[in-house]
Ligand binder design. Sequence first.
Ligand SMILES: Nc1ncnc2c1ncn2[C@@H]1O[C@H](COP(=O)(O)OP(=O)(O)O)[C@@H](O)[C@H]1O
Ligand SMILES: [Mg+2]
Length: 307
Amino acid sequence: MSAAAGFGKVAVLMGGRSAEREVSLMSGKGVLRALQSKGVDAHAFDPAERDLGDLRREGFARCFVALHGRGGEDGTLQGALEMLGVPYTGSGVMGSAIGMDKWRTKMIWLAGGLPTPRYRILSADDDWSEVARDLGLPLIVKPANEGSTLGLTKVAAVAQLPAAYDLAANSYHDLALAEQFIDGAEYTASVLGDQVLPLIRIEAPQGNYDYQSKYFGDDTKYICPCGLDAQKEASLKVLSLKAFRLVGCAGWGRIDLMLDAQGNPWLLEVNTSPGMTGHSLVPMAARAVGILYEDLCVKILEGAHVG
Ligand SMILES: Nc1ncnc2c1ncn2[C@@H]1O[C@H](COP(=O)(O)OP(=O)(O)O)[C@@H](O)[C@H]1O
Ligand SMILES: [Mg+2]
C-alpha cells in the first residue's frame, strides 16, 4: 500500500461561511489537486453546503482544513471534528480559538515576555486625543478578531480615529484594537511541524493595507530568502516557534512580525490556517527549502490529529 493510500478517504474542507470564503476556495482547490496528484483519495467538502456529520457517515478518515476565518479557523470546527473523532490538520481547539483573537494572543505573548506592539482596546466613549498621546501617531486600528486586513486603518491624525474605530468595531461587530505603529520591515515565519521555514519579507507599496490588493493585486513583493543575516533569521525563527507554541498552536501555521528601525522584533499575529494556494506564503517558504507544493500538502496532512 502506498503512503498516500494509507491516509484513507480525505476531506479537503474549503469554502465555509466566513468573510474569507473566496480565499478558502482557492486554497482548497489547490490542496485538493495536489493531494490527488500524490494519489490521495481526496474530496472537496464545503461545510457551508454540507452537514459535518457526513464526514463520519461517508467514511472520511481525515480532514485537511483549508478554511479561513470564523467557523473554520476559530476552534469551533476543530471542536466539532474532535467530537466526531475525525483527525484534522493544524491547530486544535484552543490554539485556533486564541489565534483568531488578536487581543488575547497579545496578552499571552506579553505574559510570556514576548514582544508585541503596545495596544489598547478601544471603546466608543474613549478620549481620542488621549489614545493618540498614549500610543503615538501614526497608529493602527484593527478588529480584534477578523483576518485579512478587513477593517484595518493606519491612523495619521486624531480626527481619523472615530471612523477607524467604527470600521473596526461596528462593521464586523468586533472589539477594536489600537496598536502602536511599527515603522519597519515586515516578515512572516511559516511553521511546519517542529520546523520554521525560511522567513519571507513582505514589501507592500507605501501605506497599502487594503484587502483586495493584499490578496488579488500583484503590487506587493514577497522576498525569500528574506535578506537578513543567518544569525538574525535564526533568532527570529526561535522567537516565532516560541510564539506559536505559547498560544497553543500546532501542526502548521504562520506568524506575522515586524522589525523596527533598530532591528527589534514585534510579533503581530498568528495565522492558524493560512492561505494555501500555489502563490501563498507557506508554499513559497517551503519551496525555498526544496519542499514542493504537493509534498507540503502531504506533510501537513501527515500531521492530522485528534485530541
Ligand atoms: N502595529 C502595526 N504597525 C505597523 N503595521 C501594522 C501593524 N499592525 C498591522 N500592520 C500592517 O497591517 C497588516 C495586517 O495586520 P495583521 O495584524 O497581520 O492582520 P491581518 O493579517 O489579520 O489582517 C500587517 O501585515 C502589516 O502590514
Ligand atoms: Mg496578518
